[in-house]
Design a protein. Structure first.
Length: 172
């Protein structure tokens, strides 16, 4: 008398159970074909992968939006003043924003983005020092009226600031 030996083979989260010779041929006790089970396993795995990818994308976009809102740059235009070495500020319609103060350890990130204003339209008031008109993409500390990061600076013609009635007159 020949006794059938039962065997179980796992394919991911699916099992194929049956007589050893049937399982080897890929047919389980229920008559299901191993290829059908493998296809179903891959389909379920694909759906799970898609859900995980969607979740990861949702988290990435949400985090990116929060990060961009937290570090949103402001565009500020007005008189960039450099009356003496190591002293810079921007006078715009909202007030006077400190950029750099001689002897202070506070220096905005991106200070190297400040151009040589004397290469464009520039008014000298003290040797090599003076003022120019510019728009700056910056981050600020509004409570301290301080520019904390300079992303970019575009020097403008002096007439642009002179004709803007919301700006105070430059010093000099």
């Amino acid at each position: 008398m020949h006794h059938a030996v039962l065997r179980t083979v796992r394919y991911g989260s699916f099992r194929l159970s049956g007589r050893t010779e049937d399982v080897k041929r890929g047919i389980g006790r229920s008559g299901k074909n191993r290829n059908n089970i493998l296809c179903k396993a891959k389909e379920v795995e694909g759906v799970a992968t898609m859900r995980m990818n969607f979740l990861a994308l949702t988290l990435a976009v949400g985090t990116g939006l929060l990060a961009s809102q937290a570090t949103a740059a402001e565009n500020r235009c007005g008189w960039v003043q450099n009356p003496t070495p190591g002293n810079y500020w921007l006078d715009d319609r909202d007030g006077s924003w400190t950029i750099l103060t001689q002897g202070s350890d506070l220096e905005p990130d991106g200070i190297d983005n400040m151009p040589d204003f004397s290469a464009g339209q520039f008014v000298q008031t003290n040797g090599y020092y003076g003022y120019a008109c510019a728009c700056m993409s910056v981050e600020t500390d509004k409570a301290e009226m301080r520019i904390t990061e300079i992303r970019s600076v575009k020097q403008l013609p002096l007439s642009k600031c002179k004709n803007d009635r919301t700006l105070p007159n430059p010093e000099g």
